[in-house]
Design a protein around this ligand. Structure first.
Ligand code: FES
Length: 290
């Protein structure tokens, strides 16, 4: 419809609504005005980068795409998985379709982290972002707290999935040596298929009790101790409802993926995450991290 024609029809419609006293329709018009006016004022003033102006422009698909925000949103979808395996994922940069991320925590230097990047992060980014080309993992920041200690890794380039095959790290002798030093030792704790969906059990990992569970087809593992009450009591016997794990002793509630508290004490200590993976159908838990 032509602009002039649309304006004329709108004027007639508003006149009719006012005459009929249609309050809901009038409220709708008032709300539209409340949304558009401040944004249009900003645009007229040339402040098109203002969040309010951008919000309106986005509603009409007219705002420039903020690739960094889009990348953050896509990474947010996979962060619970990574955090649930003792890692952390930070967006470092977005340039010409190349997304740089930094992995830390249990992911850093872990034998499975390149695979995690390859399979999880890249698949998610490719699925969500049509401008995405590839992901690179950059050198971790100084991480003195790493469970295995050691120096930070140099740039780790991940080959895109579309090129086929697993990603390859720059395999300098120094890097291999560093990875060897920091790589968790995984211990077989049973068949992945033997652990039912939404089920959990405590397993012994070289003398330490680890609680493993399966949620939405993914395995997760935590030290089998509730951090509450001095970390003396086991989490075994906890209730798992949706993705919340409730301690059987005093009902502290934890996110079953990240281990973080999800009750009214969000800053209380979380469950201690233990890296877990599936290799050739076997559940494997990191013994030297547990
Ligand atoms: S020991 Fe877990 S809630 Fe108290």
């Amino acid at each position: 419809m032509e602009f002039d024609q649309a304006v004329a029809q709108l004027a007639t419609l508003v006149e009719t609504l006012e005459r009929d006293g249609d309050e809901r329709a009038l409220m709708l018009l008032a709300l539209m005005d409340d949304i558009h006016r401040p944004a249009l004022e900003l645009i007229v003033e040339g402040q098109v980068e203002h969040p309010v102006a951008l919000a309106l422009l986005s509603m009409y698909g007219l705002a420039a795409v903020d690739e960094r925000i889009e990348a953050e949103e896509a990474l947010d979808e996979i962060r619970p998985y990574i955090e649930g395996h003792g890692g952390a994922l930070e967006l470092v940069d977005v340039q010409d379709g190349v997304i740089s991320v930094r992995m830390s925590g249990a992911c850093n230097g872990c034998a499975a982290s390149a695979m995690t990047l390859q399979r999880g992060i890249e698949t998610k980014l490719r699925e969500r972002l049509d401008w995405f080309k590839e992901v690179v993992a950059v050198e971790p920041a100084a991480e003195p707290e790493h469970a295995n200690g050691g120096a930070s890794l140099p740039l780790l380039h991940i080959e895109p999935l579309s090129k086929g095959g697993a990603g390859k790290a720059a395999a300098t002798p120094e890097l291999l040596q560093i990875e060897k030093l920091r790589r968790p030792v995984f211990v077989d704790v049973g068949a992945f298929d033997d652990l039912g969906e939404g089920k959990m059990k405590a397993v012994d990992v070289e003398g330490r009790s680890v609680l493993i569970l399966k949620l939405d087809g993914e395995p997760y593992a935590f030290m089998n101790k509730c951090p509450s009450a001095g970390a003396r009591l086991p989490m075994e016997g906890a209730r798992l409802t949706n993705s919340v794990l409730v301690c059987p002793w005093h009902n502290c509630a934890y996110d079953a993926r990240s281990g973080k508290r999800v009750d009214d004490e969000p800053d209380a200590p979380p469950l201690v995450v233990v890296p877990i993976t599936v290799i050739d159908g076997a559940l494997q838990v990191a013994a030297n991290v547990a």
